[in-house]
Design a protein around this ligand. Structure first.
Ligand code: PLP
Length: 460
């Protein structure tokens, strides 16, 4: 029997404040950072996804393999993109280790360990990707019943994480690869691509869908029946420059239009199916990271020239985790992060006038000067050791990238269903899912729900 961490039924902000309040009586500070997962945000993202891109998502586990995130997405009908045995194991476990659980997994790594391939074969994980002939030999030897997607090279210039140098077959090698697959009697069922994470150029998706159409045509001429078009990941949810609107809806519209243009309904093969492998899109808004101030250097104590407007700002706060831990995304994403003040002097619900805010720099607890979380962010001037800051939108590529450098450790996750009707929906979906899976599965899971309602910050 596996038991999951407790799930709090209610508002994630209350849970965050409750955890913070627990530290107020402590005389001594410890490594006390923690994430708060608001599962209702996963639910909202999933609804938005299905509204704008009504294609089954295979959530990419590497982005955030949280056990509740996996279970909630499974309950909502998503599949999973796994790249290794341990990701497959975690997914199978969450799905209750049913004989058919492997159907919900796409082993979307074009260059796999052969041992992992054998494990996939033994666990009925049939769908996988490839982009070279050695991989085909590997599949033929260790997983002859696999169903393969040919990963295509795409233009990755629209992403800060170009993947084209590492993966993807150019169109001109498609015939030779398909020939090889045929000789090895392997089943190839379609194509996949990945335009790079956080793709901000919608036309790159359009171009990739055009390439997919070309590959479908080559395959048809060679006698293959391709049916699967896998759009990969790379879907971003940050605002378009100079606007409040997210880029997601724009990208989704371009993707749908391109599918209609290059795969018009009348020409679609029987059983044609579009799938995708989003990771960041679902996970990004769902976690908040709470950190406390452990040390401070005032401008007169820091070596920085106070008169120059240069960063880092000379008012320096050292916080309980940094870029080697749960704030690893700061480096990976090349995007500034700005926290809000959770508590100051033991008080919550603070509002600050812009005149009270001063440029401040935030540093991680390791001894490396690269461990700079935010070179210049506006915070109230009266912050002290023991006050708490929280970083929103910390669900994607954060804890999963953490190291133990300098003996610092990433904080644990506490989970809330979220507030309102969405939170209720999360609660019901997870209850239903756990019951269903447990009724006919070997690996049972227990979830303990705790109502959060009774807690308010007035109890502190
Ligand atoms: C990382 C990855 C994803 C997820 O990408 P996002 O940009 O986070 O959506 C999907 N597919 C593959 C093969 C990946 O490597």
């Amino acid at each position: 029997m596996q038991s999951l961490p407790p799930l709090f039924h209610g508002d994630a902000r209350l849970l965050l404040e409750r955890e913070v309040a627990k530290t107020f009586d402590n005389d001594v500070q410890t490594h006390n950072s923690f994430f708060v997962a608001d599962l209702s945000k996963i639910y909202r993202q999933h609804l938005r996804w299905m509204q704008h891109l009504p294609f089954r998502p295979f959530y990419a586990l590497k982005v955030n393999p949280d056990p509740y995130v996996i279970r909630l997405l499974a309950a909502l009908g998503a599949g999973f993109d796994c790249a290794s045995v341990s990701e497959i194991e975690a997914t199978l476990e969450a799905l209750g280790n049913h004989p058919d659980s492997g159907d919900s997994i796409l082993f979307a790594n074009p260059c796999k360990f052969s041992g992992d391939v054998r494990y996939a074969a033994e666990h009925n994980v049939r769908m996988s990707t490839f982009d070279n002939s050695d991989e085909l030999e590997k599949m033929a030897r260790f997983h002859p019943r696999s169903r393969l997607l040919l990963r295509l090279l795409t233009d990755d210039s629209g992403s800060p994480f170009p993947l084209g140098k590492k993966y993807g077959a150019p169109l001109n090698v498609v015939p030779a690869l398909l020939e090889r697959a045929r000789t090895l009697q392997l089943e190839v069922i379609g194509v996949s691509f990945h335009v790079g994470s956080s793709c901000y150029k919608p036309d790159v998706f359009r171009d990739a869908i055009w390439r997919s159409k070309e590959a479908f045509a080559v395959a048809r001429d060679m006698g293959y029946d391709f049916t699967v078009l896998d759009l990969g990941g790379g879907f971003d949810d940050s605002p378009v420059q100079g606007s409040d609107a997210s880029i997601f809806e724009t990208v989704a519209a371009v993707v749908k239009q391109a599918i209609n243009d290059y795969f018009p309904i009348s020409t679609r093969p029987r059983g044609f199916e579009v799938i995708a492998e989003p990771g960041r899109f679902h996970a990004f808004p769902s976690f908040t990271y709470a950190t406390s101030i452990i040390a401070r250097r005032l401008p007169w104590e820091s070596g920085y020239d106070r008169t120059s407007g240069d960063t880092p700002a000379p008012l320096m706060y050292y916080i309980s985790d940094g870029i080697y831990g749960g704030l690893a995304n700061v480096v990976a994403d090349h995007r500034p992060v700005h926290p809000y003040v959770v508590s100051m002097g033991g008080k919550f619900d603070l509002a600050f006038d812009s005149s009270e805010l001063v440029p401040s720099s935030l540093w991680g607890p390791t001894c490396d000067s690269v461990d700079l979380v935010s070179p210049n962010t506006l915070l109230p001037s009266g912050l002290r050791i023991g006050d708490w800051l929280a970083f929103p939108n910390m669900g994607a590529y954060t804890a999963c990238l953490a190291t133990k450098f300098n003996g610092c450790e990433v904080g644990p996750v506490v989970h809330a269903t979220g507030e309102g009707e969405d939170g209720e929906e999360v609660y019901r979906a997870l209850m239903r899912f756990t019951k269903e899976r447990n009724s006919d599965s070997e690996s049972k899971t227990t979830v303990s729900f705790t109502k959060l309602r009774d807690f308010t910050t007035h109890d502190v």
